[in-house]
Design a protein around this ligand. Sequence first.
Ligand code: CUA
Length: 492
Amino acid sequence: MFTSNRPVRQVLIASSHPLFAQGLRSLLQARHGMDVSVVGVVSSLSEAIAAIDRLNPDLVIVDYDDQALNRDEFLARFVEGEKKLRVVLLSLQSGGEALVYDRRTLSASQIDNWLEEWTLSEQSSKGSQRNQADGLRRNLEKNAHNRSMDMKRYVHLAIAAVLVVVIAVLLMQVLTVSNLLPVAASEQAKPIDSLFDIEFKVISFLFSLIIVFMVYSVVVFRRKKGDTSDAAHIEGNTTLEILWTLAPLATVLYFAYLGGASLADTLKPDDFPLEVKVVGQQWSWRFIYNEGQADEFQTTELILPVDRQTLLHLISNDVIHSFWVPEFRVKQDALPGGEDFVRDLRITPNKVADYKVRCAELCGTSHAFMESPVKVMTKADFDTWFASQTGESADPVERGAKVAQLFACTSCHSQDGSALIGPTWKGLFGNEIKLADGSTVTANDEYLYESITNPNAKIHDGFQPNLMPQNFSTTMSEKQILDVIEYIKSLK
Ligand code: CUA
């Protein structure tokens, strides 16, 4: 430990008992030989101060059991005072063992060196054989002691582990039962709620892990009455440090993946969503249906059909607002700045009920009151409401007749069975139709849809291709096409 090329260590002994100084001197001599040199012995604080200035020792060893010396004063003077010096309080009285009482000025490894040195060399003057036997006996006792310490440690760990699991499960129950989230009323709420579910579980476990270990330590390992000893010095644990770095890293990465996947789920588009423009302004919401079309209309409450995706186009007239219906879970800012700053939000309500949209972005004095009703209706109720707003009939057949006129379908397709440029619609639906290529096809919904959007696909026997406009799939809305089909079906 102390190699010969090290400088000689200067030790000052503070004790009023000559025997202490003598014993310590011979101990140091036996153990360290020329490496350690006792530069002086003092018996009071004032002597020590004078000796330190004069001799500049590396270490001051104070006789812990010396009543004549005030060891607290010593420590106050040398440990906390202006002269930073290594001071060790040493007792040679307790059952043949050397005890070092104060470690404030030595590093852990230094103190361990000192302890080891003292313990093993303390009886070296009594002959090396006796010393070896003693050392062996002490080692055996030490091992037995260590084993029982290990056992105790495992018992503590086992109790703490059981407590962690129990508290975590209880917390999970509490979080589940206490209904922290409002009712989930949209398809987009599902991935978000399952994410919440996993997060609540992990939160419960982590909370339990930290609190149980902390409270257990505070209660079980609290200082016992009369115990003035120092706690064990622990240097660190590489395995533990690697573990508690990698485990949170893996957890956070896993949640990043789950978050990304859930976000993608909430953005999934459906075919033919209902499109509604949402205008936020201080401090109200406005909803525009059929934007840009002849039958555009506006409302101050948002009416949505159940089980059909609504694609909201959000915009603001002034500052940033945020569209939020907690039951739908998803949320989106409405930004000022015009058409370039339109933001989309997809919601597929799945429960018929009344909700409320609120603004989730601080936007001025009445931000808290920026609310509007949201009503989710059955498809039939929604259609009726929608028709009443546009002034159009709720009956698809009636609407289809109008569309057929509007797009001039009826100038080529009769409704009374007479043949014009195109086949008549009367009695068409459900018929077996002979095609120009000699095959037959049933005039069902798919056939009618295809014949409107792609007229040359199947040419009715006896009629010419390319006479019908090829672009109804873009000029007519999906709804208009379906309405026309309903009208054709009604012509029996
Ligand atoms: Cu708009 Cu807050």
